[in-house]
Structure formats: structure tokens, C-alpha cells
Design a protein around this ligand. Structure first.
Ligand SMILES: C[S@@+](CC[C@H](N)C(=O)[O-])C[C@H]1O[C@@H](n2cnc3c(N)ncnc32)[C@H](O)[C@@H]1O
Length: 201
């Protein structure tokens, strides 16, 4: 299972208008593009992927929204489609445990620290100055958890929480990219590694 966490520092925690994802919804467009980059193939979904969105905007942060590639329905590859499913999730009566809002999408109260603790996985923190991802043999990592920031990166406090888990810090290239572009590049590296590995039939 490949897991991605994306931190949305401004992403709202209540219902929102689909007509202003970058503005009033708190850069919800970034989170939607990350969902699409993580889950979509051409005419198919990556069923071995989960995406965790951390919403830290008003009025009642923090909230977690989870997309499960193996179960998700009614998602098409445009920002508005992902946004409408996130909106439905945020309109639920949100509890301290996961509640499914639509197939494959769940929501709960929660923050980065609790999520990392609960998942208990090897963390790969995506940062511009990290080790080149091309040095990595991805078939060695069966169960990666990638952590990415939004347009604001990670705060000092978030970085401290992640570093407590002794993550690998990896870079996908020499320039600072959009988080969804990083996800596409990561998938490509993993796909190339996996499909290059000889298979015994
Ligand atoms: C738009 S960037 C954040 C830029 C922000 N101004 C900063 O300084 O952190 C969004 C996220 O994508 C990831 N990212 C961007 N470029 C990267 C790169 N070359 N290698 C690894 N991760 C990268 C990081 O996780 C970053 O937090």
C-alpha cells in the first residue's frame, strides 16, 4: 500500500463552495490535484494507494479526509469532482473515528501527529533538499508513507513531528515543484522500479 499525506494549511473544515476552491475554500484546489495525481491512471485507478488530506483551515481544524483507491466511487479526474467528494465528507457529523461519507472516502477529527502514530509506517518526507529519489530502490519499500506540504510547505512544528519518526528525506528534483507534480514523479519512479524488476512466473 502506498500512502500519501498532504497538509492543507488553509483548507477549510466545513462545507464550501465548489466555485472558489483556491480562495474561500483555502487552496482546496491543491488538495484536489494531489488526490487526482495520487489515484488516477488513464482510464483506471491506482487501487494500492490511499491519500490522507489534513485540513487545518477554519472553522474547526484539524480534520482528516481519506481516499482509498481500492474502494473509491464517483471520482472523475477533475478538481471539481474530488472537491465535491471532500465537501460531502466535511458535511458529515465528524467524529473522532473514521466515518465513510461516500464509497472509499472517510473523514474524522485528527491531526498529523495522531495520524503518523496510528499508521506506524516508514515515512518518506518529500523536501527539496532531500536525497535524490533516483538513488532509491523502491522495491525495497513495500509500504511507503509519503508526507508532502501544500504551497506553504511544512511549518517548523510539523517538521519536528515528522522528524521524530526518523524519516527518509527525499527530493524528486532540483527545483521546488507543486505537490501534485511531486506525486506524479514519485509514482513514475516506483512504477519504473517495479516494472523493471524481473518477475518469476
Ligand atoms: C510548492 S512546494 C512548497 C513550497 C514552499 N514554499 C516551501 O518552501 O516549502 C509543496 C511541497 O512539495 C514538495 N516538494 C516540492 N518540490 C520538491 C522537490 N523538488 N523534491 C521533493 N519534494 C518537493 C514538498 O513536500 C513541499 O512541501
Amino acid at each position: 500500500m502506498k500512502d500519501f499525506i498532504i497538509i492543507g494549511h488553509k483548507a477549510v473544515t466545513d462545507t464550501f463552495s465548489l466555485n472558489d476552491l483556491p480562495g474561500a475554500a483555502g487552496r482546496m484546489d491543491i488538495l484536489c490535484r494531489c488526490v487526482n495525481a495520487a489515484l488516477f491512471l488513464s482510464h483506471d485507478l491506482r487501487r494500492d494507494v490511499r491519500v490522507f488530506l489534513i485540513h487545518k483551515g477554519g472553522p474547526s481544524p484539524p480534520k482528516l479526509v481519506r481516499f482509498e483507491g481500492s474502494a473509491v466511487r464517483y471520482l472523475s479526474p477533475d478538481e471539481r469532482s474530488a472537491a465535491s467528494l471532500i465537501k460531502k465528507a466535511l458535511e458529515k457529523n465528524i467524529q473522532d473515528f473514521w466515518t465513510e461519507s461516500t464509497p472509499g472516502i472517510s473523514v474524522r477529527n485528527g491531526d498529523l501527529e495522531g495520524l503518523l502514530k496510528e499508521m506506524g509506517k516508514k515515512i518518506i518526507y518529500l523536501r527539496e533538499d532531500g536525497e535524490d529519489v533516483r538513488q532509491k530502490e523502491f522495491q525495497e519499500v513495500f509500504d511507503p508513507l509519503f508526507v508532502l506540504g501544500d504551497h506553504l510547505g511544512l511549518t517548523g512544528e510539523e517538521e519536528r513531528i515528522v522528524l521524530d519518526y526518523n524519516p527518509e528525506i527525499m527530493s524528486v528534483g532540483p527545483l521546488s515543484l507543486h505537490a501534485d507534480h511531486c506525486i506524479v514523479l514519485l509514482h513514475n519512479e516506483m512504477d519504473r522500479n517495479i516494472f523493471r524488476t524481473p518477475r518469476i512466473m
